[in-house]
Design a protein around this ligand. Structure first.
Ligand code: PLP
Length: 414
């Protein structure tokens, strides 16, 4: 039995009725950003029409309603990822801003000259560059865990690199290029054995599978609303309460304070201590609607659907002569709905161009993971298809047919 009623879901997404280059849109770039259902679009519009006011400020009814709605979205977010309370849920702009915030605020307070920071070779730039900057600021060393077979984290290398007792271990739950699903619980357990603090980049996991931060045990988890049906401009930094209590604020201004005097200030309680100035209120309300939508589908069903579709796509692609990167069909339990591939004789951008002419949106490039794409996969760029709840087998068939078209257009012999 199908885990999701995809045809019903598709009706909720107005953009899927549009065309691209005269062909019905086939959107295979949800790893970059997801499309939005009418429930999210309507929630944002309704807020503007009926409840728009700044939060935590006015004592009039409209402002109280807006504040209440905003807090409700935090409760929803906390529940969605198994966090104990919304005190652990800080809204920032994105996963990127969340990781930068930790590297700045936690990093500057805890990392000293000679310390190590450990990340992996499969990270997105947003989980590399903030640590490079922190290492430079503090005189620390940034180490990378190697990959095994260009697919998985090499756990022997991980164990060996943990011997330097890194202050911070930061890694992605799911690779946005390989689709590899890492064993977060085990990696966190090992890092805690040497007293490291752990940050998990969950930008590609929270939207696609059940995630429980209590089971993960990580101190920090970051993800973005726009990749999970919600608006752009809202990112979540989950932090264990006792860690957030200790961490100094990184943005300063209105609302994050308890009191301000001419020389000194004291901080508001969690999570407001980290939310300075007017927040993306409409974005948060849209995000709340997105979480409700996903909850109704059930995250197990979302994962099951994507697993089935990815397996189908990998099997079809195997017969089309392209090389798919990351875990294969036989390792499907460790593979999310992300397939980057290469085709001898064709540049990634040319492939994406031919797909575009066919109405199929795929991303091409280094996917903000240059060390992985250029040094590990040894590719200048790769095209990538990525799936979500609204994709179906018919769309995969169209993508596979487009590969034959690439051969035809570029005159590539088999
Ligand atoms: N981490 C991973 C694994 C990603 O795939 C992305 C975005 O593609 C990010 C971090 C950054 O997310 P954002 O652009 O929402 O900050």
């Amino acid at each position: 039995m199908a885990s999701l009623d995809v045809e019903k879901i598709r009706k909720d997404f107005p953009i899927l009725k549009t065309t691209m280059n005269g062909k019905p849109l086939v959107y295979l770039d949800s790893a970059a950003t997801s499309q939005k259902p009418r429930q999210v679009i309507n929630a944002v519009a309704k807020h503007y029409k009926k409840t728009n006011a700044n939060i935590h400020r006015g004592i009039y009814k409209l402002a109280e309603d807006a504040t209440e709605q905003y807090i409700k979205t935090k409760e929803l977010t906390a529940k969605f990822i198994g966090a104990e309370s919304y005190r652990s849920i800080v809204y920032l702009r994105s996963t990127t801003e969340a990781i930068n915030a930790v590297a700045r605020a936690w990093g500057d307070a805890n990392v000293e000259r000679g310390d190590h920071i450990l990340i992996t070779e499969m990270e997105h730039h947003s989980n590399i560059v903030p640590w490079q900057l922190l290492a430079k600021r503090r005189g620390a060393t940034l180490d990378y865990v190697k990959l095994e077979g260009s697919k998985f984290i090499d756990m022997d290398d991980y164990r060996a690199k943990l011997q330097s007792r890194p202050k911070m271990v930061a890694f992605t739950h799911v690779s946005n290029v390989l689709g590899t699903i890492n064993d977060v619980e085990e990696m966190t357990r090992m890092a805690h054995e040497v007293d490291s603090t752990v940050l998990v980049d969950a930008a590609q996991s929270v939207p696609h599978m059940p995630v429980n931060v209590k089971d993960m045990h990580a101190e920090f988890v970051a993800f973005s609303s726009h990749k999970m049906l919600g608006p752009s401009g809202v990112g979540v930094l989950y932090g264990r309460e006792e860690v957030l209590e200790e961490m100094p604020p990184f943005h300063a201004g209105g609302d994050m304070i308890r009191s301000v005097d001419f020389q000194e200030s004291t901080w508001n309680e969690l999570p407001w201590k980290f939310e300075a100035g007017t927040q993306n209120i409409e974005g948060a309300i849209g995000f709340g609607a997105a979480i409700k939508y996903l909850k109704k589908l059930g995250m197990e069903n979302v994962r099951e659907h994507e697993k089935t579709l990815t397996k189908y796509a990998l099997e079809k692609l195997a017969g089309s002569g392209v090389k798919a990167f990351g875990p294969g069909v036989e390792e499907i339990e460790k593979k999310a709905g992300v397939i980057a591939f290469s085709m001898p004789g064709a540049h990634a951008h040319d492939i994406a161009q031919v797909f575009d002419n066919e109405g199929i949106a795929v991303r091409s490039g280094h996917h903000c993971a240059m060390p992985l794409v250029t040094k590990v996969l040894m590719q200048p760029a790769v095209p990538r298809m990525s799936f979500y709840i609204y994709n179906n087998e018919e769309e995969v068939d169209k993508a596979v047919a487009a590969i034959s078209k690439v051969r035809e257009v570029l005159k590539i012999k088999n």
